[in-house]
Design a protein around this ligand. Structure first.
Ligand SMILES: Cc1cc2nc3c(=O)[nH]c(=O)nc-3n(C[C@H](O)[C@H](O)[C@H](O)COP(=O)(O)O)c2cc1C
Length: 321
C-alpha cells in the first residue's frame, strides 16, 4: 500500500529533480497537472537579502498550489518533492533541511548518500523520504537508514545513471522490499509507465522528457537538442562530475570536445560546495537519458502530461483487451 501522499495521482508518475532545469515554474506546472513535481534544493542558488531563495521558492510553490486547490477542489494538485544532495561537499545541507522542515515538505528525495538524520527530519514534519539507488546493496542500506521508499535508477537514465538493467534492479529489490518503489531511466511514454508497473515498480520517475517543456529552466538550444536526438546520441562519461553520467554528444562536440574520446575522472573530484558542480557540466554539457528518442517537440508541461496520461490509459485498455 502506497503512503497517502503518493496515492491519488493522475498517473503513477513522479517528475525527477534535475540540476539547473527544475525550478518553481516546472514544479508548479507538474503538480497542477496531477503528478508529483520536484526540484533539487541546490537549484535555489542566489542568496540576496535575508531570506534564502529556497525559502522563497517553497513559499511560492505552497501558495500557488493552495490557490489552485481552492479554485479546483475536484482536481487538486499533486504534492511536491525536494531533492537533497547528501554529499559531504554540500555545505548547505543542514540549512536546507531546516528550511524544508519548517515548510513541511511532503516528499523528500535524497541522492548521493543516505543519512538517518535527513529521514528523521522528513518524518518529523509529516513527510516521507525516498532514496535513489543504482544497485541492490545501496537499496538495503537506504532502508536500514530509515528511508521509506526507493528510486531504482537504471541504465540509460539522465544524470548520474546506474549501469544495471531495469529488470535486474527491480527484480532484486522486489525480492525483499514491498514498500514504495519507483523506476528511473528512459521512461518517456505512457506505455513505458505501465511497463514499469508491470515490472514491479509502483511509479515511474521521469526526468529528461520534462527538459523539452516550456516551463523548464533550460536554454532553447538544449530543449531543441532533446527533440532532435535519440538513444544513440547519449554518451556515458565520468569526465564532467567524477561520477558516471549520461550526456548529449552534440553538446560535447559544441564545447570543443570529442564525445568518443573522453577522459574519466575520480569520484573524489565531485564537489557541490559552491552549489554549481563543475562549471561546464549541466550548463554547457547537456545531461539527458536514453529515452529522449520518444520526445519530438517542446510542449507546455500540461500537454506533455495529458499525452502521457492518454497513452497510459490506451496501453492499459489494449493490454486488458
Ligand atoms: C539534466 C539532469 C540533471 C539531473 N540532476 C539531478 C539532481 O540534481 N539530483 C538528482 O537526484 N537527480 C538528478 N538527475 C537524475 C534524475 O533525477 C532522474 O534520475 C533521471 O532524469 C531519470 O532518467 P530520464 O532522464 O531518462 O527520465 C538529473 C537528470 C538530468 C537529465
Amino acid at each position: 500500500m502506497l503512503p497517502p501522499v503518493l496515492q491519488r495521482l493522475r498517473i503513477p508518475v513522479v517528475a525527477a529533480p534535475m540540476f539547473i532545469v527544475s525550478g518553481p515554474e516546472l514544479v508548479i506546472a507538474q503538480c497542477k497537472a496531477g503528478i508529483v513535481g520536484s526540484f533539487p534544493a541546490l537549484n535555489a542558488r542566489e542568496d540576496r537579502g535575508d531570506t534564502p531563495l529556497l525559502d522563497i521558492w517553497l513559499t511560492r510553490i505552497s501558495e500557488e498550489l493552495d490557490r489552485h486547490n481552492q479554485a479546483n477542489p475536484d482536481q487538486p494538485a499533486a504534492p511536491f518533492a525536494v531533492n537533497q544532495i547528501v554529499h559531504r561537499s554540500n555545505a548547505r545541507l543542514q540549512r536546507d533541511i531546516e528550511i524544508c522542515h519548517r515548510h513541511r515538505v511532503p516528499i523528500w528525495i535524497t541522492s548521493l548518500g543516505a543519512r538517518p538524520e535527513v529521514n528523521e527530519a522528513a518524518h518529523d514534519c509529516g513527510g516521507i523520504a525516498l532514496h535513489d539507488v543504482i544497485n541492490n546493496k545501496f537499496a538495503r542500506k537506504a532502508i536500514d537508514k530509515g528511508a521509506d521508499g526507493l528510486i531504482a535508477v537504471a541504465a540509460g537514465a539522465g544524470g548520474h545513471a546506474g549501469a544495471q538493467s531495469p529488470f535486474a534492479l527491480i527484480q532484486e529489490i522486489r525480492d525483499w522490499f514491498d514498500g514504495p518503489l519507483l523506476l528511473s531511466g528512459a521512461i518517456a511514454t505512457g506505455r513505458a509507465v505501465l511497463a514499469a508497473q508491470a515490472m514491479g515498480a509502483d511509479l515511474a520517475y521521469i526526468g529528461s522528457p520534462f527538459i523539452a517543456t516550456e516551463e523548464a529552466n533550460a536554454d532553447p538550444a538544449y530543449k531543441q537538442m532533446i527533440c532532435d536526438s535519440g538513444a544513440m546520441d547519449i554518451v556515458t562519461s565520468s569526465q564532467f562530475t567524477g561520477v558516471s553520467g549520461n550526456y548529449l554528444a552534440p553538446s560535447i562536440r559544441n564545447a570543443g570536445l570529442d564525445p568518443d574520446n573522453l577522459d574519466s575522472a575520480e569520484a573524489s573530484s565531485m564537489n557541490f560546495s559552491d552549489a554549481s558542480g563543475k562549471p561546464k557540466a549541466w550548463s554547457q554539457i547537456y545531461g539527458a537519458g536514453q529515452g529522449i528518442g520518444a520526445i519530438h517537440e517542446i510542449l507546455p508541461v500540461s500537454a506533455r502530461i495529458d499525452r502521457l496520461a492518454q497513452e497510459y490509459q490506451q496501453a492499459r485498455e489494449s493490454l486488458l483487451a
